[in-house]
Write a protein that binds this ligand. Sequence first.
Ligand code: AMP
Length: 281
Amino acid sequence: MIQFKRSADLRLWLDGKQDKGEKIGFVPTMGALHEGHIRVIETCRSHVDRTVCSIFVNPVQFNDPKDFENYPVSLEKDIEMLVNAGTDVLFLPSVPEIYPGGDKGLETYDLGDLETMLEGRYRPGHFQGVCQVMSRLLTIVKPDHLFMGQKDYQQCLVILRLIGILQMPVHFHTVPTVREADGLAQSSRNRRLNPDQRKNAVAISQTLRFIGEKLHPGELETIRKQALDKLDKAHFKTDYIEIAQASDLRPILTWNGRDKAIALIAAFQGAVRLIDNMMLN
Ligand code: AMP
């Protein structure tokens, strides 16, 4: 695996490959890698000639400075996992490499309602930060294919919109969520859970499955209340539980029995904020 810290060096290498007609796939990450990330890398590898992974903990997408400071870092282990997964290139840029002009004067993007609903509502500015880093990374890597995880479903919709705004010829792929044996979605944040919190955390995926089992045409508020109650019982402090249109995340209050629906949860177990989602039909 070749490592690059500077975008100019990465670009030179990629030009050599793209000139020969090789297809480039890109997997952006913030490091602290786990099996979920590796599944995204493997999916990427099965579609393209060269797989580029980036590790960059993007300061501008953290609305909570504590969350940024506490974000886990495990670079040596990450590199080992990426090598074992057959990654061709690791891009490890510094903050000035990504934001040469600092955090002033960064572009803002018209994300419509996606910006202020669900994650956007509880993490103001988060998706602008995600778009700012992704716009820069996509401009540097110019991938033919981009791979991201369904675990961050709203982020996938935001990035699809960004690709439209930037008019980039990149194919977007969503990779299904990888879970622990008990159903907890794999996440870098899971390693901050203490043993009790880790046990409680399973309630998120159980609640999502419960919503799927109870889903029926008609009014859904009762299901939502029962779901909230399940999270309360597992000592979660819930930011949101939503049943929404999978296409654009508009809330579904009364389901017509046909529209593709998704349930999404964000909740705190102690100081650790976890998110997850499941397609319901
Ligand atoms: P992150 O490092 O959290 O920014 O995640 C990097 C990429 O991995 C994003 O596209 C995530 O959606 C994806 N990802 C994170 N956790 C999982 C998981 N459990 N299963 C599949 N993809 C994941």
